[in-house]
Structures are given as structure tokens and as C-alpha cells.
Ligand binder design. Structure first.
Ligand SMILES: [Zn+2]
Length: 372
């Protein structure tokens, strides 16, 4: 049996000089320690072609090599592997994909193979970003996979057979469509599309650049309003003024963004507008979170907890001269808005609240600035 595809095979597989497949790797069909592996004629030919092309372009096959298969949707293409259909190796962040003007005519090849090097997880994210961008621009779908592990077209516009954990956490392992659905389509809407993925990549890269990060694509582990706001506020000097960031929230986290803005507005009602320091701007919110934490720590029931937080918040606002004249009603409205945000975002328990406290403060700060 062929160790790559499972077809019947007589030829023994021999590792070449530059081994795309190392003998201990990849075999889904043969036990890892079997002495000889067999390879079928088709896989053997593909293997020889890839090795030859890699050699011709001075590409080492010792690094982790993957292929992005660009293709048009499900009609049958004229598949030929020609040297000028194979591009240079994509190495990093720049714009290095060859032949950006992929030929799309009925008599020319409809598949385009792009070999890519993968150095580490952050680098792989950068490569994925470039591949997605090329797919978006050419209107071709794309599957990333190992060389010749039986390429299969996918329903999704972008599919990744070698996806990494950071990609999965951010939903960057798949994109169902090129862009958002028209607004009149209402059933089963998801925001899994290339435009969103590329916007998220752009944000991570912008923030990473401002902070001089060496691995900007591995810093964020959740695509939620408060985690992204936190990531941006902590790492970017002008996070509150980034248009791309605001647009991303408005497009994809509208509810959470609006809820946090409501919290901020109630905070301003209670505590007045603060213009100087981030410390002052977030002071009353921090007081509230601390009261929630300490009440939950004492296992207060919900009614008592709310009452307790309200009284703490009111006392804190009342203590400060610059806060103006605070009323218990304002404190109540503020605490109610916070509670709603926490419940809606599944953060209303002691552990999560303490884990996310700083992120929440930073997202409050972000929303506060937007409300001023
Ligand atoms: Zn085979």
C-alpha cells in the first residue's frame, strides 16, 4: 500500500537526497517503524517533480515546506505542473508571492501551486496572511497543505490542513467566504470570511509594529472585544484613535462594543468627564470591579452583591471632589450596566473576573475615550 495515498503499490519508497518526506514522518498508512514503505507510481512522480523543481530553484527541502493550492471553484481544470507555474518560496512578511496576476482563462492551467517555507508559528501566521491576501485579490480559493497529501478542494474559500493552535484560537484556520453576506440574508450568518481575517491580521501587525514585537501574531489569543481592546491599549500608544480598530469593533463586535460604551457613559454620568490621566478615567470602574471581586469572594448572593457594589461605587464617587455631585441612582445605573456586560460575556464569576480584570479596565478605557 502506498504510504502517502493508500493505493496499491509495488515500488519501495527511497528517501532521496533532499527528502520532502522523511521516513519517520507523514505516513498515515504504515506503522512508523515498518522497515520499508511503498509508494505508488502517481505519488512517486509527484514527488520526483517537486524535488526536481525545488532543486531547480535552489530551495532546500530540509525546512518545513508546505504548498498553497490556489484554484477556482469546482470545475475541472487543465492541470499541468510547469516550472513557471511554481513560484519562489515565500519567506516572510513582505509581498513575495510570484505572479500575482494569476492567469484565469479556460485554456490555461486553473491551479496554481505556491510553495511556502514555514520557520515558526509566528512566521506561519505571516505566510497565511499573504496567502489569504492573494486569494482575496485573485478570487481563487486556496487550500494549504503538505506537498501531495492528496489535495482536496474545500467548501470554504480558505482551508488549512496544517493549521496551528494560534490560528484556531483566532478563527484564522478557515474562511467560509470572500466577504460578508449581503444584509438581506439573515439565516445562519457567520462572519467567517477573508475580509474579516485580513482585518484582524492587519490589526495585530499594526499594534505589533508600534510595540516592536518580534512575534505580533502570537500575542492575541481571543477574538473578542475586551481582549482585542486590551491588546491594543497595552501595546499601541494611540490605540484609542486607530480607525481600523474602531471599524473592526463596529463590524464584528458591535454588541459588546456598544455595551461597554454604555458602561462608560454611565461612568461619566456618575463620575464626570476626566481628561487627564488614564488612572482617573478608569478609577470608578476599577472600584466597581474590585467591589464585585470582593463581594464574590465573600460569596454574597446576587442581590446583596449588587447592593454592596453600588454602595462602594457611590461612596468612592462621593469622596472625590472632582467627580461633581454623584447620586445613588447614577451608581445603580453604572453597576447595572457593568453587570450586564459581565453576564453577557460570560465573565460573571470570581475566577474569570479576576483573570480578566486588567483587560476589562483597558477595554473600559477604550470605550470611555470613544464616548468623550
Ligand atoms: Zn500514492
Amino acid at each position: 500500500m502506498c504510504f502517502l495515498c493508500g493505493a496499491q503499490a509495488d515500488t519501495k519508497y527511497q528517501k532521496g537526497l533532499s527528502a520532502v518526506y522523511r521516513t519517520q514522518e507523514y505516513s498515515r498508512r504504515v506503522p512508523p517503524h515498518a522497515k520499508y514503505k511503498s509508494i505508488c507510481e502517481v505519488c512517486n512522480l509527484e514527488y520526483a517533480l517537486l524535488s526536481s523543481i525545488c532543486e531547480q530553484y535552489d530551495v532546500s527541502t530540509n525546512n518545513s515546506l508546505e504548498i498553497a493550492y490556489f484554484y477556482f471553484d469546482d470545475f475541472l481544470g487543465d492541470v499541468r505542473l510547469r516550472s513557471n507555474r511554481v513560484g519562489n518560496i515565500v519567506q516572510g512578511d513582505g509581498d513575495e508571492l510570484d505572479d500575482p496576476e494569476i492567469a484565469n482563462s479556460l485554456i490555461q492551467p486553473q491551479y496554481f501551486l505556491q510553495p511556502v517555507y514555514v520557520l515558526d508559528e509566528n512566521h506561519r501566521m505571516a505566510v497565511v496572511r499573504q496567502v489569504m491576501r492573494a486569494a482575496q485579490e485573485s478570487g481563487m480559493k486556496v487550500v494549504i497543505g503538505r506537498p501531495f497529501t492528496r489535495f482536496e478542494s474545500a467548501d470554504a474559500v480558505f482551508a488549512d490542513e496544517e493549521t496551528t493552535r494560534p490560528q484556531e484560537l483566532l478563527g484564522l484556520d478557515e474562511a467560509e467566504r470572500f466577504g460578508p453576506l449581503p444584509s438581506f440574508i439573515e439565516n445562519d450568518r457567520t462572519d467567517s470570511h477573508l475580509r474579516r481575517a485580513l482585518q484582524l491580521f492587519k490589526l495585530m501587525s499594526m499594534v505589533g509594529q508600534d510595540a516592536g514585537m518580534s512575534n505580533p501574531y502570537l500575542q492575541l489569543d481571543r477574538d473578542t472585544f475586551h481582549s482585542i481592546a486590551n491588546f491594543a491599549v497595552v501595546n499601541h500608544d494611540h490605540a484609542v484613535r486607530l480607525t481600523d480598530l474602531k471599524e473592526y469593533f463596529e463590524n464584528y463586535h458591535e454588541t459588546e462594543f456598544m455595551e461597554m460604551k454604555t458602561v462608560a457613559e454611565r461612568g461619566i454620568d456618575l463620575f464626570g468627564k476626566q481628561f487627564d490621566s488614564k488612572y482617573k478615567k478608569t478609577k470608578i470602574f476599577r472600584e466597581a470591579l474590585d467591589a464585585f471581586l470582593s463581594g464574590k469572594n465573600q460569596q454574597m448572593d446576587d442581590d446583596r452583591l449588587i447592593e454592596y457594589v453600588e454602595s462602594q461605587v457611590y461612596a468612592a464617587a462621593d469622596r472625590e471632589d472632582y467627580a461633581g455631585h454623584a447620586t445613588p441612582e447614577q451608581a445603580k445605573a453604572f453597576v447595572e450596566a457593568i453587570r450586564e456586560y459581565l453576564v453577557e460575556n460570560d465573565l460573571y464569576d470570581l475566577k474569570k473576573l479576576s483573570d480578566w480584570e486588567n483587560a476589562l479596565v483597558n477595554s473600559y478605557y477604550y470605550a470611555y475615550e470613544q464616548s468623550l
